[in-house]
Design a protein around this ligand. Sequence first.
Ligand code: N1C
Length: 249
Amino acid sequence: VIVVLIVISAVVFGLTLKSAFESTFLSRCEKFDQYDCKKVWDAFQQAYVNKDPCKVPVEAYDPLIAAAPFKPQCNRMMFWSKTKDVVHGFTEKRDCFVTLEDTLLGSVLDGLTWCGKEGSKDTNTTGCPGWSDCENNTVRSFWIRASAAFADVACGNVTAMLNGSINTPFNPTSIFASVEVPRFIASRVKNLNVVMVIQKNNISNCTDPSLKNLRQSIDTGITFSCKDVSESQIQECGAKPEIACGDCW
Ligand code: N1C
């Protein structure tokens, strides 16, 4: 009888325990003051729980964005495309720039996979559709919605790190090109400064034709600049706090 009771209570207790995913979400969230993480978690879950993971539109995350809005950080906002590791290697060490991953929502969900299922209230972390498996998938819709909200508050001098080791550093299918750049408006954003990350075997630089497309697609009134900067110079500035942010490149 005792064994049966122990098993039953273990099962009941187990069901009330938080999933590892929810624990990760809440512990990352709690590093930010001023937010009610339980409210943010509830707003997050309503976007995808009990839904087909391929039928989560971008707007499903509107209540989540409203629960944890982005604050404008003029002259410090950093965008990127295909340069995540270099960018975060730098921003981890220096506080010159703020990326989406430095905000509550970006940091809480960075690197995670999640989805729901019709007829279930669970959050799954396996068996979820991949980035390109279907258009309206749980994870992709989140990053599109969050990137749009982050770009909406961009102001002053905006920086973007693009990758000089790929054929098309400004790729029209990227979130940077399709979601963020169209939201930079001249009444808020003064300049867009591209830092082209140059590695030893780079195949493109600021003269790449795709950068012409970028220059042409930004709102008139926003000035544009592009600078080729070696990856090692970026890393060096990350390692040397005595170098002023404005002198990194
Ligand atoms: O498609 P991308 O690049 O151009 O998207 C990057 C762009 C950045 O400026 C960010 O503000 O969009 C935002 N963003 C993220 O912050 C982010 N963190 C993690 C977009 N995607 C993000 N991810 C994951 O990186 C996401 O799950 C997807 O797999 C990639 C997209 O990055 P990319 O193709 O290098």
